[in-house]
Design a protein. Structure first.
Length: 421
């Protein structure tokens, strides 16, 4: 034995029969010795030393004789506190485990925060940017927390409502332009109707026998009646085609054909009888753009009506087409009117802003025209560098490939002969 080890033999009833070194009267065995003598497996127990000199570990094991347990053996070892020992021996290991657990918690929290909060918010940010760029069909589908799902649903409802209101405003402005065109059409139809009535009276008189017309003159009168009726039919058909709802999906179109279509619709209008158009370049077609023909016709009609109002129906309007950068096509519509005051440049695209007298404009034309152009990835601005008159610049994405003539003939609303004033 050393001064750190002790040994004892114990019989049932916790009777100590041998001890080395000698045990003091205060060195008592716990009740678990009875279970060891009864055949329980060896056990270890931690206790304070009876003399108060430190910590001890007690080891109890049964003593077997001829197949049965007749007593128990006890070994005593001096030991320091187990917690302090473990901490002393495993401090770095425990520190590593704590740091690892902290990193794991942080990583898990980052993953949950990213997937359930940050990612949905980024999707909403992207959708908001697309809506502000003109994509009103943008919708968000989220599977995160209920609060974010409710926010996404509110966003979808808002965009649907805004898209519906935008379409309603566009239709309202289109109806206003149709009203202006209809006024010109009514005046333009009056002249051929008067001619038709005159020829009809001549033919009726001839049929009644009160007048005798040569066959050639009779045929000429009928041909003139037919020509005037065809003229009326063309004017009305162009106006009906313009006002008819059509598909608004963008497609590669020739902007020159849009210009010609707008001219054909405006030709009967009295305001355009003394206005001349200048197109540059003067060629069969212009570079293709991505837009809807009917919507772009609406934009050009609005710009041309404004130009005619500014010039009081007299002067020249120039429309030019250029390609400032690769993948972009620019259209410039310039008039010879008095121009727009510089302090109003920022206001002219505001909804319901107009410089016309009350009852002569809704104030929505330029605002809706810009909205239409922006919905196709383009821009509509006023050129501030022009000193005389006003120049509105439309810039649109270039078309990826040319359009077949048959496709364009079907795509554009106005039909029949085009007249350039």
């Amino acid at each position: 034995r050393t001064n750190r080890v002790g040994f004892s033999v114990i019989l049932p009833g916790r009777v100590v029969v041998a001890s080395w070194p000698h045990r003091s009267d205060r060195d008592l065995d716990p009740p678990l010795v009875n279970s060891i003598v009864a055949g329980a497996p060896p056990v270890l127990q931690y206790r304070e030393a009876p003399e108060g000199s430190g910590k001890q570990i007690l080891a109890y094991a049964g003593i077997e004789h001829r197949g049965r347990i007749v007593g128990a053996a006890r070994a005593v070892l001096e030991a320091s506190a187990p917690v302090l020992t473990v901490l002393r021996r495993s401090g770095w290991l425990l520190l590593g485990l704590v740091c690892g657990d902290a990193l794991l918690v942080l990583a898990l929290g980052y993953f949950v925060l990213t997937q359930m909060v940050v990612r949905p918010l980024r999707l909403m940010e992207k959708a908001t940017a697309q809506v502000s760029a003109g994509d009103w069909d943008q919708r968000i589908v989220l599977s995160g927390p209920s609060e974010l799902r409710a926010l996404a649903q509110a966003f979808n409802t808002m965009t649907s409502s805004l898209a519906s209101q935008r379409e309603q405003l566009i239709r309202t402005e289109k109806l206003a332009s149709i009203g202006q065109l209809a006024a010109g059409v009514a005046h333009e139809i009056g002249n051929p109707l008067a001619a038709i009535l005159g020829y009809v009276d001549i033919l009726r008189a001839d049929a009644a026998g009160t007048g005798i017309l040569p066959e050639a003159e009779r045929r000429d009168a009928l041909d003139r009646v037919k020509t005037e009726i065809q003229r009326i039919n063309r004017i009305i058909r162009d106006l009906l085609e313009y006002s008819r709802p059509v598909q608004e999906e963008p497609s590669p179109i020739d902007p020159l054909r849009v210009v010609r279509s707008a001219q054909a619709l405006l030709a009967p209008h009295a305001q355009f009888r003394e206005i001349q158009f200048s197109l540059d370049p003067d060629q069969a077609s212009w570079p293709k753009v991505m837009a809807a023909p009917s919507r772009m016709t609406q934009v050009l009609i609005n710009l041309l009506l404004n130009a005619a109002d500014a010039m009081a129906g007299k002067g020249s309007i120039s429309i030019t087409c250029t390609t400032p950068t690769r993948g972009r096509v620019r259209l410039a519509v310039k008039d010879e009117g008095p121009g727009i005051a510089r302090e109003l440049h920022r206001k002219i695209f505001d909804p319901f802003f107009t410089t016309k007298p009350p009852g002569h404009g809704t104030g929505l034309g330029l605002s809706i025209s810009r909205s239409i152009v922006e919905s196709y990835g383009g821009t509509l601005d006023l050129d501030p560098a022009v000193e005389k008159g006003a120049c509105f610049v439309i810039e649109l994405p270039a078309g990826p490939h040319p359009v077949e003539p048959q496709e364009q003939d079907q795509a554009f609303a106005p039909a029949g002969r085009t007249r350039c004033i």
